[in-house]
Design a protein around this ligand. Structure first.
Ligand code: NAD
Ligand code: TYD
Length: 339
């Protein structure tokens, strides 16, 4: 492909995708369409070859913006989304507008454009909480919070365009992703940056919920593999194959930073907190992808990145995020228990 659209390309995973596309496909141009919401950040694209990126500040819910961004593109990878479960519990309207309506706007505009491929980036959270074993692509979709329900709805809209209009829509369902440039509302950058500052780490519930950790470059390689080699109308799981309880992950961060476990605070749980996510990515592996990053190395690399790049996260944590943190955590932290 000569020119692809990446929506949400100024976010955490989208910016890594832009970076790795420029690295791996020297003849390809990338158009980024991003609204620059609270989690979008042009610092995430700093240092990239500007002659090969066209940045458009725009909204995936706006047909004009989307049409303009799609001009001349052969493919599109759709990352733009409201991405944080906790925020979806405080108010879901933006999640429905962007994660459901945005897919519809993108696909309805792309219909006239004859794109070769359109990939919708979704999440393992659409399967809901998994007690035993691992979800496969044909397992039931049972989302349990407004974020995951909005992503599942976006998937269904996407598949309806495949069925109704033969559009080449492919879906990926990645697991919890970590690495550089992740907005510090998510657990890893929040805990790493709090620990650097000797601030408490607010662990929800009993700390034993399980997430499967996927390094961001492995996630992007999986998306790229499905984008280029996947079959339209199909979904592909992208697993990190590193299932860990949150308490284990938390202790790992503390030990890498030489901080005491006494920084851990058990706070009142997130409502409807999914206990465990687990997916099987045999289907994507058959196309040639596999996760490359070893978990211990990936966490150590990530912790070091946040230690060496305070310029990136300190300005975020001292801005809008400060009010969010106070509102979301202060009362629960005041009532919390140490260990
Ligand atoms: P992020 O919040 O870091 O980035 C989202 C980006 O989308 C931001 O740059 C934001 O400005 C942009 N955006 C939001 N609303 C927009 C709109 N209306 N129009 C245009 N741009 C808009 O999120 P992320 O963690 O990079 O997630 C990217 C995608 O990957 C999302 O679709 C998310 O559901 C999915 N995903 C994330 C994870 C994870 O662990 N972070 C795991 C699996 C799937
Ligand atoms: P998060 O990074 O919000 O991702 P998701 O909800 O999409 O899995 O949370 C990852 C896990 O960490 C999840 O089980 C909730 C937990 N968590 C905490 O214990 N404390 C926190 O402050 C946050 C943000 C998350």
């Amino acid at each position: 492909m000569q020119k692809i659209l990446v929506t949400g390309g100024a976010g955490f995973i989208g910016s890594c995708f832009v970076r790795t596309q420029l690295r791996n496909y020297p003849d390809q141009h990338v158009v980024v369409l991003d609204k620059l919401t609270y989690s979008g950040n042009l610092d995430n694209l700093k240092g990239l070859d500007e002659t090969r990126i066209s940045f458009i500040r725009g909204d995936v819910n706006n047909p004009e913006h989307v049409r303009h961004a799609l001009e001349g593109c052969d493919g599109a990878v759709h990352f733009a989304a409201e991405s944080h479960v906790d925020r979806s519990l405080s108010g879901a309207s933006d999640f429905i507008a962007t994660n459901v309506g945005g897919v519809n706007t993108l696909l309805s505009q792309a219909r006239a454009m004859n794109l070769e491929r359109i990939l919708l980036v979704s999440t393992d959270e659409v399967y809901g909480s998994v007690t035993d074993g691992s979800s496969k692509e044909d397992s039931p979709i049972l989302p349990r919070n407004p974020y995951s329900a909005s992503k599942a709805s976006g998937e269904l809209i996407g598949l309806s365009y495949f069925e109704s209009f033969c559009m080449p829509v492919i879906i990926t369902r990645g697991s919890n992703t970590y690495g550089p440039y992740q907005y510090p509302e998510k657990v890893l950058p929040l805990f790493i940056s709090n620990a650097i500052d000797n601030e408490p780490l607010p662990l929800y519930g009993d700390g034993r919920n399980v997430r499967d950790w996927l390094f961001v470059e492995d996630h992007c390689a999986g998306i790229d593999c499905a984008f280029r080699k996947g079959t339209p109308g199909e979904a592909y799981n992208i697993a990190g194959e590193n299932e860990r309880e949150n308490i284990t992950l938390t202790r790992k961060v503390l030990s890498l930073l030489n901080r005491p476990d006494t920084l851990i605070r058990y706070i009142e749980d997130r409502t409807g907190h999914d206990r465990r996510y687990s997916i099987d990515s045999t289907k994507l592996k058959a196309l040639g992808w596999e996760p490359k990053m070893n978990f211990d190395e990936g966490i150590a690399f990530t912790v070091k990145w946040y230690q060496e790049n305070e310029w990136w996260w300190r300005k975020i944590k001292s801005g809008e995020f400060k009010a969010y943190y106070e509102e979301h955590y202060r009362e629960r932290l005041d009532k919390s228990q140490g260990i």
